[in-house]
Design a protein around this ligand. Structure first.
Ligand SMILES: NC(=O)c1ccc[n+]([C@@H]2O[C@H](COP(=O)([O-])OP(=O)(O)OC[C@H]3O[C@@H](n4cnc5c(N)ncnc54)[C@H](OP(=O)(O)O)[C@@H]3O)[C@@H](O)[C@H]2O)c1
Length: 330
């Protein structure tokens, strides 16, 4: 089957400026952490990619270790890029990262220049891309000097292998230092990728202020708390869910405590009153802040994506709704 993208793909999406930088990202971006590995079904993830692009999602997020096995999400994305998106490279923002363990020995993890440059070269080979639009340092390294990690990011831009650079999982103070070093090197930090959702709010303790002040974009990952902030766990744990999956150790059944389920039910009631699904409300709740460039979602089925995309129909909250949500979350 030949894929022809919808010619209405830009009609309903919002594009938000990434901090004070030149590029805009689609308000929703698609991450390939789960569901795109060699263990997954090609026809399903191919449809997810088509659904995303047909609905205006221009940004696709990878990392060296996404799979399983690690590296396979990049390989599969690269294969589909060639097959379906070959004529659309200039409409796409593709990112990858390095920072977690990828190969044995002292050069396959953390934040040295050796690791970052070698890993980027591997990621380019796996995807078949000439360059990534964004390349991130995936997590701070407590041992490597920040100057070395940031100079590796500067280097790969100068080498033409990457257009923009970002950081992920950096706490506020370290992010401010990294942003300052990058600016001095002449390669400004485009974006920060932190974990942020109604259930995970550490960024509100300082990071968002740093990013707002410095004009750096923010793209929250796991904005649906890996599926907890949707209606999927309201009546138990479905067999085909991430919480039940053997492939993901990241969301375990015991994280769905009675307290969490009670919160999910109450949030779902508010979402229904707003005429939204819980997933739509959870995404809208992040997008109400204009320091948020895009929300980086995952999906195991195209239908989930179609549901989540409708969050854009209402990203306004009344004071009463915000107070009611705060009362549930506290
Ligand atoms: N920088 C980092 O350290 C880091 C870490 C983690 C993730 N990320 C990035 O963030 C991306 C997203 O992370 P995530 O997958 O955890 O995001 P998420 O959007 O919080 O969770 C996605 C999961 O929620 C469920 N879901 C999504 N939409 C739904 C809907 N409308 N209705 C019902 N269920 C729905 C699906 O779970 P089921 O599979 O159960 O159906 C889906 O796989 C990753 O792919 C990756 O690119 C980055």
């Amino acid at each position: 089957m030949t894929y022809l993208p919808s010619d209405k793909r830009y009609d309903n999406m919002q594009y938000r400026r990434c901090g004070r930088n030149g590029i805009k990202l689609s308000a929703l971006s698609l991450g390939l952490w789960h569901n795109f590995g060699h263990v997954d079904i090609t026809e399903n993830y191919r449809k997810i990619l088509h659904t995303a692009f047909d609905n205006g999602i221009t940004h696709f997020d990878l990392a060296n270790n996404y799979g399983p096995p690690p590296g396979s999400a990049e390989e599969n994305f690269g294969r589909l890029l060639k097959m379906d998106f070959a004529g659309y490279r200039d409409e796409l923002i593709v990112s990858s990262k390095a920072g977690y363990v990828m190969w044995d020995g002292p050069y396959g993890d953390w934040g040295s220049k050796k690791y970052l440059v070698a890993s980027l070269d591997q990621s380019l080979k796996r995807t078949g891309l000439d360059y990534f639009d964004i390349f991130y340092h995936h997590r701070p390294d407590p041992e490597t000097p920040l100057e070395e990690t940031m100079s590796a990011l500067d280097l790969i831009v100068r080498q033409g292998k990457v257009l923009y650079v970002g950081i992920s999982n950096y706490p506020a103070e370290k992010a401010a230092q990294a942003i300052a070093i990058l600016r001095e090197l002449g390669t400004p930090c485009l974006i920060h990728q932190p974990k942020y959702s109604m259930f995970e709010r550490w960024v509100e303790g300082g990071l968002l202020n740093v990013l707002g002040k410095e004009g750096v974009g923010c793209i929250p990952f796991s904005p649906l708390a890996q599926g907890m902030l949707t209606n999927k766990y309201l009546n138990g744990i479905p067999k085909d869910s991430r919480a039940a999956s053997q492939n993901s150790p990241f969301l375990k059944e015991d994280m769905l405590t009675d307290h969490k389920l009670n919160q999910i039910k109450q949030l779902n009631d508010i979402a229904q009153k707003r005429g939204q699904s819980l997933a739509q409300m959870a995404l809208a709740w992040l997008l109400k802040d204009d320091r948020i460039t895009s929300v980086l979602i995952g999906a195991s089925k195209p239908e989930q994506l179609l549901d989540s995309l409708k969050c854009l129909e209402n990203i306004e909250f009344s004071l009463d709704e915000l107070t009611a949500i705060e009362n549930i979350l506290k």
